[in-house]
Design a protein around this ligand. Structure first.
Ligand code: GDP
Ligand code: IMO
Ligand code: MG
Length: 423
């Protein structure tokens, strides 16, 4: 295999960082292609915990080139902070091992302000991360966006920011009545931040084109999850990018290139941060138990993650929506030893029983139907799994029609078992 896309198959935080780090060890290039620093990808190495928001999770391997493609929305301030974190972990980043597309869209202060104001005062609360992601993608699509290459030329930057601010100013002054920086202040801030970034800015399209032509092994690291996809997700409670496999082609900039396999990272239960429907959400002590044992707090915002049983109709949908070819089942250690084990295998909806959460279904109106499985009590000290856990895995594989290629049972690199070969 030469290329693999790693995609979150639920509402994010499935353990993509850990799996990308492990598979990145076998690759030449790891690429982030959408989203921004709304992502929080955790990697644990020994007693060190590194949370990456923008920099690809292959960065811990010195032979790996990390690429941030043009589909990413890029906050220069967040990047400067992350650069320090990574350098603090003993990794030196140079223009050889980190390449950022000069066509990334820049998240401006105005984008962050608008995100915050809308969440606080607007008619619909999405529960965003407040990082300015949606407003930045809006600027890009409406062709008013600031690109990374723009921040290296102060005069050009001032002109673009002035054009960008015209409409927003009306919102800041009249609707939200909030303070905002002048164009000169914002231009000076971004221009200053640009100094440290300039060395990494490049034409990543040509770099990836060459890498693929030279048969290099490329791993595409998705952020968020399919259910947060702007088109395939639970709209409007989604993020603003194409989080599913389709985003790789446009966001990394590899149109026409083959992606050999798509690995869906799947938590053995379900979590969600922010607002929106969640059919299997648990509001009782079981949900609280999973939340506590799984340390289910957002890696970016620290918010509590809502928890529930594994939702197979949703998973069946994401397999189709993102063309998944196998899944990695993570956090099995959290379910191990529980008194009960349930999976949702169908919904009752409008008097019918359905087993796939096709779009058009109002998820806030479905009744989840559960199957009780025999709980497993594995401690994962040997290579073999208990019959109960094998049955749980089989149940999932049979339902979704693709294999569980990886199981993970702890945050550390060693706490993983490959059931299938990747690279
Ligand atoms: P990502 O956004 O998909 O990369 O996931 P996050 O890093 O936001 O959240 C996943 C959390 O679960 C992190 O704290 C990981 O260290 C942790 N983790 C990953 N896999 C496992 C696992 O199999 N078991 C346990 N207990 N923790 C895991
Ligand atoms: P990783 O890559 C979980 C959620 C937010 C909110 C919605 C929109 O770590 O899995 P946004 O700030 O993107 O406009 O927020 O999307 N969200 C995530 N939830 N994991 C993430 O990333 C997320 N990134 C955004 O909580 O509900
Ligand atoms: Mg996360």
């Amino acid at each position: 295999m030469q290329s693999l896309a790693i995609i979150g198959s639920q509402w994010g935080d499935e353990g993509k960082g850990k799996i990308t780090d492990l598979l990145g060890a076998k690759c030449d290039v790891v690429v982030r292609y959408q989203g921004g620093n709304n992502a929080g990808h955790t990697i644990i190495v020994g007693d060190k915990k590194i949370v990456l928001h923008l920099i690809p999770s292959g960065v811990l391997h010195s032979h790996c080139v990390s690429v941030i493609g043009h589909g990413v929305v890029f906050d220069p301030e967040a990047f400067a902070k992350e650069l320090k974190t990574v350098e603090g972990a003993g990794i030196t980043l140079t223009r050889e091992n980190l390449k950022i597309s000069e066509n990334c869209s820049i998240i401006t202060f105005y984008n962050k302000l608008l995100d915050g104001q809308r969440e606080a005062k607007g008619p619909v609360k999405i529960g965003t991360t407040g990082k300015g992601i949606g407003p930045c993608y809006e600027d890009k699509i409406s062709r008013k966006g600031i690109k990374l290459k723009d921040i290296f030329d102060l005069e050009n930057l001032k002109q673009k920011l002035a054009a960008n601010l015209i409409e927003k100013e009306a919102l800041f002054k009249n609707l939200y009545q909030c303070e905002y920086p002048s164009v000169d202040e914002e231009a000076a801030r971004l221009f200053e931040l640009g100094h440290a970034i300039k060395q990494f800015a490049t034409d990543t399209f040509s770099f990836l084109d060459k890498s693929v032509s030279e048969n290099k092994k490329v791993l595409y690291e998705g952020a968020q999850g399919v259910l947060l996809d702007i088109d395939y997700g639970t709209y409007p409670f989604v993020t603003s990018s194409s989080t599913s496999c389709g985003g790789v082609y446009t966001g990394a900039g590899v149109p026409g290139k083959t992606i050999n396999e798509v690995l869906g990272i799947t938590k053995a239960y379900t979590t969600r941060v922010g607002e929106g429907p969640f059919p299997t959400e648990l509001f009782d002590s079981t949900g609280e138990f999973i939340q506590n044992k799984g340390h289910e707090f957002g890696a970016t915002t620290g918010r509590k993650r809502r928890c529930g049983w594994l939702d197979l109709p949703l998973l069946k949908y994401t397999v189709k929506a993102s063309n998944l070819t196998s899944i990695a089942l993570t956090k099995l250690d959290i379910l191990s030893g529980m008194d009960e084990l349930k999976v949702c295998y169908a919904y009752e909806y409008n008097g019918e029983k359905i087993d796939c959460a096709y779009p058009g279904i109002d998820l806030s109106k479905v009744k989840p139907l559960y199957k009780d499985l025999t709980p497993f009590k594995d401690e994962f000290k040997t290579d073999s799994l208990s019959g109960e856990l094998e049955s749980y895995i089989k149940e999932i594989e049979t339902f979704i029609g693709i294999p569980v290629g990886i199981i993970a049972y702890g945050p550390e690199r060693s706490e993983i078992k490959f059931r299938k070969d990747y690279f």
